[in-house]
Design a protein. Structure first.
Length: 591
């Protein structure tokens, strides 16, 4: 066995596993690993953004696009603390990255040296990350590293993906030992469990007995790359598909069977199908409050009496919020392939569901008649619908958008037409501001030939504007569209709707007259060396987007959007004990 420093061992392991990037920031705790990276610049590249949160969001988005992990590197103390939000964001959406955090030297454990967390146990920083990673590993000798590297990498990618943490004391980077570099199980392939033949037959039995079946799919299908299998079985059986934002594009959304998102800000046909279906086959999706109208019967789902088949690779998600007729622990791609094979062998088809499809087509026409006229309206400031339309027109089918939390996200959830999987990146479960702003850099590095646009709120952008410096430093030609409405508009809408219009802390104002205030985002971009363009009229946006995408350099569009126009609610949402609101379009149906 060769004698190796711990830092060399870690870098060689990452290179061996095909990790192309480390996104991280220097600190006294990790300089040993930085030195090893310096010696390997031809095989693994360090990208150093201006904040650790951005490093984590970049790694998260990279995985969502490429389905291959990268690593992050942070130093002990505040550097690693800055990574917590990005780790939580990735964990909530089953995204993965390899979070290497540095710690104090083992000889100083529990002595309270600079930046040690020690009040409850020595060098206890991994406890901070524990709720947001699949597991933390803290080897304390170089000879413990090979096994920790192998186990942690396997755990990160097997089953339900998620970030892991390798916490490395400072001395391990420099100390040597006789160690063997181990491989992960990546080359052999991680287990992808399928359903039992009996359960697959039961699912087909339920479909044959149903009159109004529907699929509900999410990130599990995206991560398993099960789009082709979903399309095959949906077309074979003529079953409509409801999709959460993290599943957008697994069935191309122009497809006649694609109904879009469900919930308060979902599409009307999706909510109607959810209310009326008598069999729901849920694959790789969890029933959070936004995709279930806060679990209030009749607004998005009626489970029961709707029978639920719930398929997920994580058994803990099955039956969490609704009782199941049949629960199945399986990989989404494997299950959908099994279902298609069983349905074909029994010559099952969708001819029985003609009346159901006709009903759905009627809901689509109603929704289109209600919403489409607004997409062509001009004026200043811009209507939200017009922004969605112009982004879709400018971006090719393989283009990628990343979205932050905010009212702009509600509009894109409701009306975005994703034409390919892994093309709409959302901070869905944790709703972290900064994800869309920062993640677009990771997306562009994962898919350099694909146009990438971040659509982000003015509030979220001002949390991490330093991404512009990173884009210039590393020549990453991403585009940012800042949705400028002078407010934390999504929260202001809650104040206006639930608290009698009493607004505090949600608008951006300045001066003695309290006029709406924001920085000049276009000028800010130019100060970083990024082209900045102000867009204040609808007629300007299309040309500005096409210019930005053709530029081949980082670009920011400061787009002034009308904050008075609200997304039309088609379901509901409740923060108990405050009351919930009735849909603006459609109505509750309890079966």
């Amino acid at each position: 066995m060769p004698r190796m420093k711990g830092a060399d061992l870690i870098c060689d392991f990452l290179i061996q596993e095909g990790v192309p990037y480390v996104f991280g920031i220097c600190g006294h705790g990790n300089v040993g690993l930085l030195d090893a990276l310096w010696a390997r610049q031809d095989r693994i590249k360090l990208i150093s953004p201006r904040h650790e949160q951005t490093a984590g969001h970049m790694a998260d988005a990279y995985f969502r696009v490429a389905h291959r992990p990268v690593a992050t590197l942070t130093s002990c103390g505040p550097g690693s603390c800055n990574l917590v939000m990005a780790t939580a964001c990735a964990s909530a959406d089953s995204s993965a990255f390899y979070a290497i955090t540095a710690n104090v030297p083992t000889s100083q454990f529990n002595r309270g040296p600079f930046q040690e967390s020690y009040r409850n146990q020595a060098a206890e920083f991994p406890v901070v990350l524990r709720p947001y990673v699949k597991r933390t590993f803290q080897p304390t000798r170089v000879d413990m590293l090979p096994l920790a590297l192998r186990q942690s990498y396997n755990l990160m990618l097997s089953g339900r993906p998620g970030p892991i943490n390798l916490d490395v004391p400072f001395n391990l980077f420099q100390e040597e030992d006789d160690v063997e570099l181990l491989h992960s199980d990546r080359a052999a392939g991680f287990p992808r469990p399928g359903a039992s033949p009996e359960d697959v037959r039961r699912v087909v039995d339920l479909i044959l007995a149903a009159e109004r079946p529907a699929f509900f799919v999410s990130h599990g299908v995206t991560l398993a790359e099960g789009g082709p299998e979903l399309q095959r079985v949906a077309e074979m059986l003529d079953i409509p598909v409801i999709t959460s934002p993290n599943g957008f594009g697994v069935l191309p959304m122009p497809h006649r069977l694609a109904l879009g998102f469900i919930g308060r800000n979902g599409a009307y046909p999706a909510n109607q199908a959810g209310r009326h279906c008598d069999l729901l086959i849920t694959v790789g999706a969890r029933f959070d409050d936004r995709s279930s109208s806060s679990w209030i019967p009749g607004y998005s789902w009626n489970i029961p009496p709707t029978r639920l088949v719930h398929v997920d690779i994580d058994p803990a998600e099955i039956g969490r919020n609704y009782p199941v007729t049949l629960g199945i622990v399986a990989d989404a791609k494997v299950f959908l392939s099994q279902l298609a094979q069983e349905a074909a062998s029994r010559k099952a088809d969708g001819s029985r569901f003609a009346a159901w499809q006709a009903q759905i087509e009627g809901w689509k026409r109603e929704w289109n008649d209600f919403t489409r006229p607004n997409f062509d309206l001009g004026g200043s400031p811009l209507r939200p619908e017009r922004v969605v339309k112009e982004v879709r027109r400018a971006l090719p089918d393989d283009g990628i958008i990343s979205l932050d939390s905010g009212v702009h996200h509600n509009w894109f959830m409701q009306f975005w037409e994703a034409r390919q999987p892994q093309s709409m990146l959302n901070s869905w479960g944790f709703s972290a501001m900064g994800f869309g702003v920062s993640g677009i850099l990771g997306a562009k590095l994962a898919a350099p030939q694909r146009p990438c646009i971040a659509v982000v709120g003015d509030g979220g952008f001002t949390m991490t504007p330093h991404v512009l410096a990173t884009a210039v430093e590393y020549d990453i030609p991403a585009v940012w569209l800042v949705w400028n409405n002078y407010s934390w508009a999504a929260i202001r809408d809650i104040q206006l709707g639930m608290f009698g219009g009493r607004e505090i802390g949600t608008g951006f104002y300045a001066g003695p007259d309290r006029a709406p205030y924001n920085p000049d985002f276009a000028a800010m971009a130019r100060s970083y060396g990024v082209e900045g363009i102000s867009v204040k009229h609808a007629d300007q946006l299309g040309d500005a987007l096409r210019h930005a995408l053709a530029l081949g350099k980082p670009c920011l569009l400061d787009v002034h959007v009308d904050d008075k126009i609200k997304p039309p609610g088609t379901g509901t949402w409740q923060l108990p004990p405050t009351p919930y609101r009735e849909p603006a379009f459609g109505k509750r149906v309890v079966r």
